[in-house]
Design a protein around this ligand. Structure first.
Ligand SMILES: C[S@@+](CC[C@H](N)C(=O)[O-])C[C@H]1O[C@@H](n2cnc3c(N)ncnc32)[C@H](O)[C@@H]1O
Length: 222
């Protein structure tokens, strides 16, 4: 219990037994701040592919804010996809599609065979690349390079190291906690993410300081 409380992404099932919804306090808190940045950068039309959608709180919070976009959530974990579906029942939105199973580390993503209409023009991934092996981040950047059209947007949110430094003491503690949980997890170096993105024709468009020492990192495909 003590360890769970230290995990800033701790999520828990809601009270009722017949309810598959999970709740993450951090997602509820960071959602409105993320939305402000998305409003500035998201395209006017197209499908938004959400990677690592987790509980689904962001999907039901964001989709109705972009009625001209179609929102497709995804997560590799079956319990998370169930939670997303359960949130969608409580907070339906016409432009929100049922979740798909997607592991960012895969060399080919299932959505690449789906002939989505409208096509994907933006990809969002919140709090995943440091809570998964680096190959998941590399897979995400490679797939974004393959899937996004010219001008398409990749939005990342999370805690980063910048030029080899932690941006706050709490991020150092967090990084240590992540690495103790799994040695392949840990805060990513923003410049390394940028270099990997550039290999896939994704160029840094914006970096925004967010509450709790997080960053919004926005890439655009050229
Ligand atoms: C800390 S949670 C963040 C969830 C959600 N984006 C949010 O902000 O509440 C991390 C999520 O990453 C997902 N995840 C872990 N490894 C992944 C991978 N290789 N590809 C895609 N998602 C992954 C987990 O299933 C989990 O839902």
């Amino acid at each position: 219990m003590g360890d769970k409380n230290k995990n800033p992404y701790h999520c828990f099932p809601l009270e009722k037994e017949d309810d598959d919804r999970q709740f993450s306090p951090s997602s509820q808190r960071n959602g409105p701040h993320i939305l402000t940045v998305l409003k500035k950068h998201f395209p006017a039309h197209g499908t938004v592919l959400e990677i690592a959608a987790g509980t689904g709180q962001h999907a039901v919070m964001f989709a109705p804010e972009f009625p001209n976009l179609t929102w497709l959530p995804s997560d590799p974990a079956a319990d998370k996809r169930k939670s997303i579906g359960a949130w969608m029942k409580i907070k339906p939105s016409e432009n929100l599609l049922p979740p798909v199973a997607l592991d960012a580390a895969a060399t080919k993503w299932p959505v690449e065979n789906m002939k989505l209409e409208p096509p994907v023009r933006a990809i969002i991934c919140v709090n995943m690349i440091h809570v998964a092996p680096w190959r998941a981040g590399q897979g995400l950047l490679a797939a974004a390079g393959r899937i996004l059209p010219k001008g398409g947007i990749l939005y990342l949110y999370g805690a980063y190291k910048v030029d080899g430094e932690y941006t706050a003491p709490s991020n150092k503690d967090f990084d240590e906690t992540l690495r103790k949980t799994d040695p392949e997890w840990g805060l990513r170096e923003l410049r390394e993410v940028e270099r990997e993105a550039e290999k896939n024709r994704l160029f840094l468009k914006d970096v925004v300081d967010m509450p709790a020492n997080n960053l919004s990192v926005v890439f655009q495909k050229i």
